[in-house]
Design a protein around this ligand. Structure first.
Ligand code: ADP
Ligand code: ZN
Length: 193
C-alpha cells in the first residue's frame, strides 16, 4: 500500500504567479487540520498582499501564519509537538539558497513534513536558486501553471509590466505587486525586458 511514511519529507509547490500555489498550499493545510495534525505556517513579512499573519485563499479559507524575516526564525518559533511546517512565498525571503535548503533539510530530518510554496522563476524567467535546489532534494514536487493572458495557453512565466511595457532586465528581482504589475504568460508570449 502507498503511504507517505512516518519520516520527514519536503514538498515543493512551485509555478508562476496566479498558478494557484497559495490555493494548493491552503488545500493541503486544510487536510492537515482535518486530520488533526499539529501545524505551524509561516509567511515572509515582505508579502504585503494579504492580511498580515494569514494565508487566505480566494474562496475565503484562512490559515494563521507567523510572519518571518528570515527562514532561520522558524526554528525559534517551532513548538516541540509540531508535525507539519508550511511556508508560502519562499521567494520573498532574503536568505541565501544554502541557508534555505539547510533549514528545510534539517526540519525534514527531524521528522517533520515541510511544505514550501513559491515562484520557480523571477520576472526575467531566470530560476530562483533556492527553489531550484529544493526541487532537487524534495520528496514531492508539483509545478502548477496559470493561463496566459495573451493567448489562453498554459502560462509558466511571470511577466512584469511597467506602463504597458516589459520591465527592464536590470530592475530589482523582487517587487511586490499583483495584476497591475504582473501578467501570467506562456513561453511564446513572454517578452524579455
Ligand atoms: P499564486 O499563489 O500561484 O500566485 P493564487 O493561489 O494566489 O496563485 O491565485 C490563483 C488564482 O488566481 C486562480 O484560482 C484564479 O482565480 C486567479 N487568476 C488570476 N489571473 C489568472 C491567470 N492568468 N491564470 C490563472 N489564474 C488566474
Ligand atoms: Zn501565450
Amino acid at each position: 500500500m502507498t503511504r507517505l511514511g512516518s519520516g520527514g519529507r519536503i514538498e515543493v509547490i512551485c509555478g508562476c504567479m496566479y498558478s494557484g500555489k497559495t490555493e494548493e498550499l491552503i488545500r493541503r493545510l486544510n487536510h492537515v487540520q482535518i486530520a488533526r495534525q499539529r501545524l505551524q505556517a509561516f509567511t515572509p513579512r515582505r508579502d504585503t498582499r494579504y492580511a498580515v499573519g494569514n494565508l487566505v485563499s480566494h474562496n475565503g479559507v484562512r490559515i494563521e501564519a507567523q510572519p518571518i524575516d528570515s527562514i532561520t526564525e522558524i526554528r525559534d518559533y517551532l513548538r516541540d509537538d509540531v508535525q507539519v511546517v508550511a511556508l508560502d512565498e519562499l521567494h520573498f525571503l532574503d536568505d541565501s539558497a544554502d541557508t534555505i535548503v539547510e533549514t528545510c533539510q534539517a526540519l525534514a530530518d527531524r521528522g517533520l513534513r515541510v511544505i514550501i510554496a513559491g515562484l520557480d522563476q523571477d520576472y526575467r524567467a531566470a530560476p530562483f536558486p533556492a527553489m531550484s535546489r529544493l526541487l532537487a532534494v524534495a520528496e514531492q514536487a508539483d509545478k502548477l501553471f496559470a493561463i496566459c493572458v495573451r493567448c489562453g495557453a498554459y502560462a509558466t512565466r511571470s511577466q512584469r509590466m511597467i506602463d504597458g511595457k516589459p520591465a527592464p532586465f536590470d530592475a530589482p528581482t523582487i517587487v511586490v505587486g499583483g495584476l497591475e504589475l504582473y501578467e501570467a504568460r506562456c513561453r511564446a508570449c513572454f517578452e524579455a525586458g
